[in-house]
Write a protein that binds this ligand. Structure first.
Ligand code: DGT
Ligand code: CA
Ligand code: CA
Ligand code: ZN
Length: 591
């Protein structure tokens, strides 16, 4: 068995390891050496070598040139082991260590609250060699047998285990983004950090994030790191170094912080914004220009010159590219478009002149009509529409109530100096008919039609249902068109999306990009596809309280990921443009 495993490893690794993978193995050696009780200077040599290699040219080339030992911190012994790693994917020394200490020990060492000394004692005295072992020992109360491990330390380990288990879960953007704001505000107030910026998937507006990445610049990284690890919401400190650290929050969400000098802020932010695919493609393009890109700058390999960039625009310019908005950095053709000068100018929050979708206490919102109109006006909108629900779901407005609300809405609009369009969010029934009759719909300026029930129809039924809704001349916008839920993982109902896009374009019906963090619907991949059909979009908040009007920023994030331009967004148009869109549809679709 051991033999086959080795062969497997060999065959896979013979494809040649990346620098990051080799550095990872050196770090594993470092950790296991410390665990084995080797002296500090010995295992630290491996850590230094790992750091050197992370920032070095591809090791295959270095090795071929016989220049391995020229790298700082790489002496004779380590060089031999790196060569072995490059050739076989592992090395005798690492395998020796792995034979003594199971790989699951790294789980135990990864638990916040478990230091090296504690892990050694847990292993020697209780035989704890994995996360599962540690959990069992905790449950059995065995940890109190370890000398000098007090109640508080044991409680920290218990929390660390919970955090460790939770960290594989992805966190919705709507939860992560406010936390990122919180930690940046804290660091701005309590540390010498500048240029504090959320990076990674959060900056790209991914609907869920694996962790939060924060980058910043400072002349005193130590002080920034110290403040970060002392944040009162940090449940455990996962890693701490000179320029980087990671913490876990309750529930297991991880925050990574990276601090570099101000002159490389552009390189730093670009690197840690990703995506991985985008960065790989960027590096490939750079290599063809004889340049090497990293968070520390761009190296001109022809003369060794280091190009450092204060801004991301400078990074892209140095590679001959237009600046690419973070949301578009997905490795799906944006680099080619930026090179050819054809990258579209995507819609921005500031382009919006209104919001078509929001609720009040009249249905399932938490604020009064007055508060919602006032809040929409305070955002500087030219127009908006209150869209409480139709009766289908129980909490909706009967026709007489909708008419009564309309009078109040009009008066509030005048008072707050904003055009309140007459509107409602009307259920699309299972057969595709609407929950209000045409006579009532005709009194409204804007109709948002959405599916809120009968999710389990067949693909054909659901497609026909939505197309029928598009064909209703009074329907302006299909709300949250796929029904997906980012929080509970529901992927959306089954539907022939191309058929819906064709129908929406043909009938002049807008499709919504709903900014509620649980929805973010349509998903950006589908929205990008919808563009090819000439679909018009509406970027809405779907706010159920005045504070949620800002959710429209998430809708804009998704629209930018889909390459949508302001001309394609209904609520980026003037009031006259919106009314013309409605009129065109009502005039052209036979009733
Ligand atoms: P996530 O956290 O799973 O939602 O996704 P990201 O994209 O935030 O990934 P994360 O947190 O692992 O890293 C943030 C960005 O930093 C990533 O998009 C690209 C960059 N990055 C991280 N690790 C590496 C690495 O080992 N090599 C390179 N080239 N880039 C990396
Ligand atoms: Ca991340
Ligand atoms: Ca990260
Ligand atoms: Zn709604």
């Amino acid at each position: 068995m051991a033999c086959t495993q080795t062969w497997y490893v060999f065959l896979v690794m013979a494809e040649s390891l990346t620098n990051a993978e080799i550095a990872g193995r050196l770090k594993e050696i470092r950790t296991l050496m410390e665990f084995a009780g080797e002296p500090f200077f010995k295992f630290m040599a491996y850590e230094r070598a790992a750091e050197t290699i992370e920032n070095a040219a591809p090791l295959g080339d270095v090795l071929a040139g016989g220049r391995l030992q020229e790298l700082p911190g790489v002496g004779k012994t380590i060089a031999a082991r790196i060569a072995e790693l490059c050739e076989t994917g592992t090395c005798g020394y690492l395998e020796e260590l792995r034979a003594k200490y199971p790989s699951t020990l790294l789980e135990v060492l990864g638990v916040g609250g478990v230091g090296m000394k504690t892990a050694q004692q847990l292993f020697e005295k209780l035989g704890v060699a994995s996360l599962a072992d540690l959990q069992k020992a905790l449950e059995a109360g065995a940890l109190s047998e370890i000398p000098r491990l007090g109640k508080k330390s044991i409680e920290n380990i218990r929390r660390g285990v919970l955090a460790y288990q939770g960290r594989s879960k992805r966190t919705p953007l709507g939860i992560a983004a406010p936390l990122a704001q919180e930690i940046t505000a804290y660091l701005a107030a309590n540390s010498p950090a500048n240029d504090l910026t959320p990076a990674g998937s959060l900056r790209r507006n991914e609907p869920t994030v694996g962790d939060i990445d924060i980058v910043c610049t400072s002349d005193e990284p130590d002080a920034v790191i110290a403040a970060f690890t002392r944040w009162e919401r940090a449940e455990a400190v996962l890693a701490e170094g000179g320029t980087k650290a990671s913490i876990w929050l309750a529930g297991g969400l991880q925050i990574d912080l990276r601090v570099l000098p101000a002159h490389v802020y552009g390189n730093l932010l670009q690197h840690f914004t990703g995506s991985r695919e985008h960065n790989i493609q960027l590096r490939e393009l750079a290599v063809r220009k004889n340049l090497r890109v990293s968070e520390n700058g761009i190296v001109d390999l022809s003369d060794g010159r280091l190009i450092v960039c204060r801004t991301e625009a400078e990074v892209y310019a140095a590679l001959g590219l237009m600046e690419i908005p973070p949301e578009m950095r997905l490795g799906v053709g944006e680099i080619e478009a930026a090179r050819d000068g054809t990258l579209p100018q995507v819609v921005a929050l500031g382009d919006l002149r209104g919001d078509f979708h929001m609720h009040t206490r009249w249905s399932d919102g938490s604020d009064t009509l007055e508060a919602m109109v006032a809040a929409a006006a305070a955002r500087g909108y030219e127009y908006h529409s209150i869209t409480d629900h139709s009766p289908g779901r129980g909490s909706g407005l009967a026709p007489s109530e909708l008419r009564a609300q309309r009078a109040e809405v009009r008066a509030l609009g005048e008072r707050f100096n904003i055009r309140t369009l007459a509107s409602a969010e009307v259920d699309i029934r299972a057969d595709g008919s609407l929950d209000y009759d045409d006579e009532l719909l005709a009194e409204l300026d804007i109709v948002v039609a959405s599916v809120h029930a009968s999710y389990n129809q067949t693909r054909d039924e659901m497609t026909a249902r939505l197309i029928r809704a598009c064909e209703n001349p009074y329907v302006t916008i299909i709300g949250h068109p796929t029904g997906r839920n980012v929080e509970n993982g529901f992927p959306g109902y089954e539907i022939d999306s191309d058929a819906l896009f064709a129908a929406a374009a043909r009938t002049g019906t807008a499709l919504e990009i709903d900014g509620q963090p649980a929805r973010l619907d349509m998903p950006s991949g589908l929205a990008r596809r919808a563009r090819e059909f000439g679909v018009t979009f509406a970027c809405d908040s779907d706010a159920h309280g005045s504070a949620q009007l800002s959710n429209v920023a998430y809708a804009i994030g998704q629209a930018r990921r889909a390459w949508i331009t302001p001309a394609e967004v209904l609520n980026a148009r003037s009031l006259a443009g919106v009314l013309a869109f409605v009129k065109t549809k009502r005039g052209s679709v036979p009733i």
